[in-house]
Write a protein that binds this ligand. Structure first.
Ligand code: 5CA
Ligand code: ZN
Length: 409
């Protein structure tokens, strides 16, 4: 699958700092020191509806990770998937009497447009579940042949008992896992499973549903977690630097993904850090496609809202916080954008050398974007109050906002 075009990332003077970030698995900060090529996997959309502010907030967080790493002069190998076959997609297509492939293609195209408008850097590999099936099937066969998976009425389940480290991503107890599994795509009630938590790796073909050749598995379609593992292992390998997604993916998705990979390879860990963004809500409830309480990036763009203001709305909240989308959030961002643009449009201003370091430090400190915005606010306020004589300053501020925050002034 093709991704979307990359916006330029201006080079800044000096060099960035290593990222200290909250890791869900350890429950504390880790300092990530990737090699010359940092490896990151971020879970992509299930394309049955348009990109909402919750998705955008999550992708904003991991875009900042990329920008911090680029600023340390590393290359970034970023992989993202598209879950272009799964129950919710088929259910929506049936509901709307639409072909599921047409739905997936249309919503993926819209996602690309939204990401481009928001200046999110594209993944190097943007990979669909359907195109990955030839990679997924042999992994499921290997797990089965190693005794880490079993068959139940034609479906193949992963045995969580096969991974001694199972539970180490979420740190949840069995009861909490069971509740979340039932809520998020699992089937803990199905009789005959070795462990109620065991997730499906391969679903045998169902009448009226699409299916693919599964070699010795028989015709069917892949489970959700093995999809991401197959794509990540194919493009990044074990022990990559960061697995990212929203906090609703901690369990079961990222727990199961790590276990699948660890059972497959006998290596640990799957990722050096598991990083999760908070949930964006609307009217007091998590914004979700299934609930339908949504504010779409594309709808705001159509109304003429500047994408840079949408981006500033996202940046004004810490990525780990759960927060509520309101009109006031956007109004404040529109005002901020206007103030910043006025401040950088003068021929000179107060020195911005310290500002670059402040923004760098804020982002290296668990992606503290609100602190980075406050630093630029302070420079813009000084510019408007007393100005300055540094002719390079407005340009440097502009390049800093662009390079580190993805905001084009
Ligand atoms: N395709 C899977 C991941 S492999 C999936 O979860 N797709 S999704 O379309 O439901 O979500 C895409 C990303 O947006 C995920 O990282 C998810 O955690 C995140 N996300 C979904 N809803 C919200 C929300 N309300 N606030 C913040 N992030 C969200
Ligand atoms: Zn995923």
């Amino acid at each position: 699958m093709h991704a979307w075009p990359a916006s330029e990332v201006p080079a800044l003077p000096g060099s960035g700092r290593d990222l200290r970030i909250h890791d869900t698995a350890t429950g504390g900060r880790v300092t990530l020191v990737p090699g010359p090529v940092a490896r990151i996997y971020v879970c992509g959309i299930t394309p049955y509806d348009a990109t909402h502010m919750g998705h955008a907030a999550t992708y904003n967080a991991f875009d900042l990770v990329q920008r911090v790493w680029l600023d340390t002069k590393r290359q970034v190998h970023y992989v993202q998937n598209v879950t272009d076959i799964d129950d919710p997609l088929l259910e929506r297509a049936v509901r709307d009497g639409e072909d599921w492939t047409a739905l997936a293609e249309r919503e993926t195209a819209l996602f690309r447009e939204d990401m481009t408008a928001l200046r999110m850097l594209p993944p190097r590999h943007y990979v669909g579940a359907v195109e990955s099936i030839p990679k997924i099937v042999p992994l499921v066969e290997r797990l089965r042949d190693a005794g880490a998976a079993y068959e139940l009425e034609g479906d193949i389940y992963f045995s969580v008992a096969a991974d001694p480290a199972f539970g180490s991503v979420s740190g949840l107890d069995a009861e909490a896992m069971r509740l979340l599994s039932a809520e998020r795509g699992g089937d803990p009630e199905r009789p005959g499973k070795k462990n109620p938590l065991d997730p499906m790796l391969w679903m045998a073909a169902r009448p009226g549903e699409p299916s693919w050749d599964g070699a010795s598995l028989g015709p069917g379609r892949p489970g959700w977690h093995i999809e991401c593992v197959a794509i990540a292992l194919d493009h990044l390998g074990m022990g990559f630097d960061l697995q990212g997604g929203g906090s609703d993916l901690v369990f079961p998705h990222h727990e199961m993904g790590a276990s699948h990979a660890q059972a497959l390879t006998g290596e640990h860990p799957y990722a050096q850090a598991y990083v999760h963004a908070g949930m964006v809500a609307l009217d007091g409830q998590k914004m979700s496609k299934s609930r339908g309480n949504l504010v779409f990036v594309s709808a705001l763009r159509r109304e003429g809202v500047d994408p840079a203001a949408i981006r500033l709305s996202l940046l004004s909240h810490h990525y780990r916080a759960d927060w509520e989308w309101t009109d006031a959030v956007l109004t404040e961002a529109v005002d901020r954008l206007a103030r910043w643009r006025a401040a950088v449009s003068r021929p000179d201003g107060p020195s911005a050398d310290a500002l670059v370091e402040e923004v760098r430090e804020a982002l290296a400190d668990d992606l503290d974007a609100p602190r980075a915005l406050a630093a630029i606010d302070a420079w813009a306020a000084a510019q408007s109050a007393e100005g300055g004589t540094d002719e390079g300053a407005p340009g440097l501020v502009s390049r800093t906002a662009d390079a580190l925050l993805g905001v084009a002034l």
